[in-house]
Design a binder for this molecule. Sequence first.
Ligand code: SF4
Ligand code: SF4
Length: 214
Amino acid sequence: MPKPIHQFIPATAKNLVQEVMKRSGQNLTACYQCRRCAAGCPVAEETGYMTPDRLIRMIVTGDCQGVFNNKLVWQCVSCLTCGARCPNDIKTAKINDTLKQMTLEARVKPLTPKVAFFHDAFTKSATRWGRVNEPEFMSFYELKNFLNDTAEKNLKAFIKEVRQQVEFGAAMAKLRRLHFGFEMSQGRREIKQLLKKHQRMKKGQVETKENQWK
Ligand code: SF4
Ligand code: SF4
């Protein structure tokens, strides 16, 4: 079980809670810790019982260390059960998506690198082509895994990963659920321009935030 969370850090609390609320569109100040979300979260055991209510508590108390080193952010499967059970309509999946991005921007090493690599390869492929192409995005994902395992001198983990993916790919191909074709969406240029504009807008804020949270 995680340690009780009760320390309030005023120096970071205001900026952190405001930023997460602005980006995720969720009203964290409405949370009154009833824990209905916790009772329904299917990944609670995987995260060492770091449940949505605890994550929200960490954010509002300004615990940046806890927030950016948090398994729930990376293990959340976006089932939206927490949002459906919450009397205040707080969707923690959206908070987790926001925190994934903020963790990467703050250059904190994710607790589960594989999920971060998957997220990164997926969003980059979607940005490049307007949709995800499975062979391309999986190649980038596996390349990142390989580089990470090599840097950590953990060849066993990489061999295990490749074996699992080959088995999974064969099962998918058998069911005709694997698509090797390459597709692009219409209006790719517009999508890219929108994303670039969004990133430019964020860049100015990110540098300030990184300093604020240190
Ligand atoms: S169900 Fe909603 S109000 Fe209750 S603890 Fe979870 S997020 Fe907070
Ligand atoms: S969306 Fe994520 S945080 Fe919410 S219940 Fe599902 S796994 Fe848990």
